[in-house]
Design a protein around this ligand. Structure first.
Ligand code: DSN
Length: 454
């Protein structure tokens, strides 16, 4: 008689409840404890940064305060998922929710910017610009971009950046008197150099750009037009700044400045063939797996910018920037172009003989954060500069009004003039302004101090 054969191994006999404590390679609380419980050293730094953000007048132009929902999406389990490729054509399996997520972010980006195609994968604005360069240019091609001292960005062909090796850059600038783009020079350079790509936008140009003129020049010389709207994307969405479409072939932006979202970049266009080239250039061209947690946060941000409150925000940012610029000028501080059409305000310290970097440090001591910036025709070492760049996107999110920004501009002017006059008690002045800044900012809305951000 044959013996009974053993039942096939299903593995189910191995199923048993397992506690984290039973897994030797996981520390206690691996799936449950937050940073404060697991890593007090990092938690202390997060708490300190949170306090700094609450108390300082945040005027760094490339910053903002994301919503709690964006912050939570950024910290979501999508950080665990790896995909390469695009929705419906991924290299890794298990991508169904990642696909849904990315499609949602794309749909919202297209709705926000009124375009047909959006790539939401770039890790940053620079990755977005590198993808455009990779898609359109060969190393011997000419790209015509705004110079850094005129307010352009180094990822538009600057020698310090990879983009500078991807094409030969020729730079246009601004008019010495008005500080506005010198469109005649731009046209003449385009005719001479026949660029394959013309780039507009940047990091420190405060005025609206004449996109129609750029389109005309691009058409005349057979170039594509890229507009990098990183600093004023939020104003475009809110309808308080001229729209780069339909003039631009491609628009790039970061998502964390006036757009008030997660850190990252977007590439936008209207042409299917171009969109496909840009997709390949973005991934695998210049990056691999997208940061899906950032894509999740971008999706939330792009949902927020479609809400009516965001239109109010755009109006408030522009009004605040203009009030801030007006007050600086009223208090004797030169402002480039005598105003702004964006969240940016650039102070020109040249006539006062001051250096931007020294003022950045002094203002930081005084609880007001900003950064130095080159100004057109600056002859000062770029690590020092004659300019200060301010942006009001972040403090507008916290609720600062035009009147309050005028007060802040007055404090800044006080400190600038103190330096210009070699005021002996400058440290006391910084301390005094710091306490005023904290008194102004601390009561304003921000994440609850005890919220689980750690
Ligand atoms: N591009 C840098 C800036 O404008 O500050 C970082 O976003």
């Amino acid at each position: 008689m044959e013996s009974a054969s053993p039942s096939p191994a299903t593995g189910l006999d191995l199923v048993r409840p397992t506690a984290v404590d039973d897994i030797a390679w996981l520390h206690a609380g691996y799936f449950s404890d937050d940073t404060a419980q697991v890593d007090p050293a990092v938690a202390r730094l997060i708490a300190a940064e949170q306090r700094r953000q609450r108390e300082a007048v945040e005027l760094v132009a490339s910053e903002n305060f994301v919503s709690r929902a964006v912050l939570a999406a950024q910290g979501s389990v999508f950080t665990n998922k790896t995909v390469v490729g695009y929705p419906g054509r991924r290299f890794h399996a298990g991508a169904e929710w990642a696909d849904e997520l990315e499609k949602l972010a794309i749909e919202r980006a297209c709705a926000a910017f009124g375009c047909n195609f959006a790539n939401v994968q770039p890790h940053s604005g620079i990755q977005a610009n590198l993808a455009v360069f990779r898609a359109l240019l060969a190393p011997d091609d000419i790209v015509l971009s705004m110079s850094g001292e005129a307010g352009g960005h180094f990822s538009h062909g600057g020698t310090s950046n990879l983009s500078g090796t991807m094409a030969r850059a020729v730079f246009y600038g601004v008019d010495r008197e008005t500080g506005l783009i010198d469109y005649d020079q731009l046209r003449a350079l385009a005719r001479t150099h026949r660029p394959k790509l013309i780039v507009a936008g940047g990091a420190a140009y405060p005025r609206a750009i004449d996109f129609a003129v750029l389109r005309e020049v691009a058409d005349e010389v057979g170039a594509r037009l890229l507009v990098d709207i990183a600093h004023f994307a939020g104003l475009v969405v809110a309808g308080v700044h001229p729209h780069p479409f339909p003039f631009a072939d491609i628009v790039t932006t970061t998502t964390y400045k006036s757009l008030r979202g997660a850190r990252g970049g977007l590439i936008l266009c209207n042409d299917a063939e171009l969109a496909e080239r840009l997709a390949k250039a973005a991934s695998p061209g210049v990056q691999g797996s997208p940061l899906l947690h950032a894509v999740a946060a971008k999706a939330v941000c792009l949902g927020e910018v479609l809400r009516p409150e965001f239109v109010s925000y755009g109006h408030a940012v522009l009004a605040n920037a203009r009030a801030f610029a007006d007050e600086l000028m009223a208090k004797g501080v030169d402002v480039l172009t005598s105003g702004t059409d964006t969240p940016l305000v650039i102070a020109n310290l040249k006539s006062l003989g001051l250096r931007g970097q020294a003022l950045v440090e002094s203002l930081d001591h005084a609880g007001i954060t900003c950064n130095r910036c080159e100004i057109p025709f600056d002859d000062v070492d770029p690590t020092q500069t004659s300019g200060l760049r301010f942006g009001v996107s972040a403090c507008t999110t916290r609720g600062l009004s035009e009147q309050q920004l005028r007060i802040v501009a007055g404090w800044i002017a006080e400190l600038i003039h103190g330096h210009a006059q070699d005021m002996p008690a400058i440290a006391a002045c910084e301390d005094e302004i710091r306490s005023r800044a904290a008194a102004l900012m601390t009561p304003l809305p921000l994440y609850a101090p005890n919220a689980s951000l750690r």
